[in-house]
Write a protein that binds this ligand. Sequence first.
Ligand SMILES: Nc1ncnc2c1ncn2[C@@H]1O[C@H](COP(=O)(O)OP(=O)(O)O[C@H]2O[C@H](CO)[C@@H](O)[C@H](O)[C@H]2O)[C@@H](O)[C@H]1O
Length: 491
Amino acid sequence: MYIVHIASECAPVIKAGGLGDVVYGLAREIEIRGHCVEIILPMYDCMRYDHIWGLHEAYRDLWVPWYGGAIHTSVFCGWVHGQLCFFIQPHSGDNFFNRGCYYGCNDDYMRFAFFSKAAMEFLHRSNKRPDIIHCHDWQTGLVPVMLFEMYKWHGMWNQRVCYTIHNFKHQGVAGADALWGTGLNNDAYYYNYDRLLDNFNPTAINFMKGGIVYANYINTVSPHHAWEARYENEGYGLGHTLNLHHYKFGGILNGIDYNTWNPEVDRYIPFHYGMENFEDKILNKKALRERLLLRDSDKPLIAYIGRLDQQKGVHLVHHGIYYALNRGAQFVMLGSATEPAINNWFWHEKNFLNNNPDVHLEIGFNEELAHLIYAGADMIIVPSNYEPCGLTQMIGLKYGTVPIVRGVGGLVNTVFDRDYDNYHTPEERNGYVFFQTDYKALESAIDRAIGLWEQYPDEFRQLALQGMKYDYSWNNPGETYLQVYETIRHK
Ligand SMILES: Nc1ncnc2c1ncn2[C@@H]1O[C@H](COP(=O)(O)OP(=O)(O)O[C@H]2O[C@H](CO)[C@@H](O)[C@H](O)[C@H]2O)[C@@H](O)[C@H]1O
């Protein structure tokens, strides 16, 4: 099969969060299984060019129709750790992708409407006819709309779309200018409840809704979150649309790329270890302490890695830092915030705690440091308000770093409480789970973890080893996605 991903991220060249990991990891898995996979991405000025091999111009004069005119665009091509990627570079005064950031501009919806249009135009003009177009999140929600309303009539009859939703909160709610820009025009037709009209704002269209309505298959990234999106409020207003399209909606648990995230081969950690030499993990803990100037001691080390955002339960991350310190543990946080209020808050805490030898708050994005933290920490907290899948707990498990998570979304599908899980035998349990969003809930889970670490170190070690046994690689999800591709391809 021939599969083309159209996405706004691909790790490690463009990574703001988990979307990048998934696009790269899934593409790689499907290619290993003998299929042809290509990835189309925006050519951001701030991406990690050092991760691209052989970058060259592949298509020089692509004229992308835009607002009745056309934007002169170049398409570059190169290999990102073995995966063939195409990068879209428009030459226009809008400077869509030369902003020094991936997201966070006022005209994001126009930037990604253009990207989606350019990706489709590139496929069309270069005569690429993939069996499957796999697109992701709101940024590419217009891809299936354009395919089935426009490009189908230009020779793209046989293409089918798989649309994966990694985060329902961001939906691409836009005005009619997105329709005019892309040439979909015809406002009256798209401003319709059955098509792109936002479910709550009668003056707006919704890219993600477009993706849901038009794609041949839609999924979110864990079975439990698929359920939450339909039956609880986790679909952020798209629950009814999902119910209408339930026959083509599912939840497929993400994997993680064990070539990148594996303490036996990780090139960013100083000491490799696995289940056989688990005791070497402590050498990484020492290295982490040295790197962050933390006091060497016999305390447990708790970590948080992730975006600092309401989704991630920042109030609990914040509380967790102080609770861990009071409870005699060390804490390391690595995170970045796009919201100024949250950013300021954590900078304030960082300055306040600056001289404390048991805590380090690193504010920013640092892929290399993340690896060392996963390897060096004893526990990792994921206190999310909602979590479609969550990769950090799965990475933690692989590194023998015991996850302490809130029981929502994909966290429910991957972490099983050592003391209270009803569905897994004691040998299958791998972490700690709490359910409420108040401080007490988090505290009791941290207490149980630290208690075991301090008083029953052998049992704690056993729990970590049980987590390492789990296979959360792309092996199983890769198989499932292939089945999806096969099914929609023949429809
Ligand atoms: N400051 C920082 N420095 C270095 N690395 C950092 C970092 N902050 C985060 N990371 C890394 O980014 C990834 C984040 O994974 P998450 O599952 O938290 O994804 P996120 O919420 O962004 O994405 C959404 O998409 C993913 C993928 O589908 C879902 O798992 C998730 O639930 C959903 O919210 C991990 O690889 C983590 O190590």
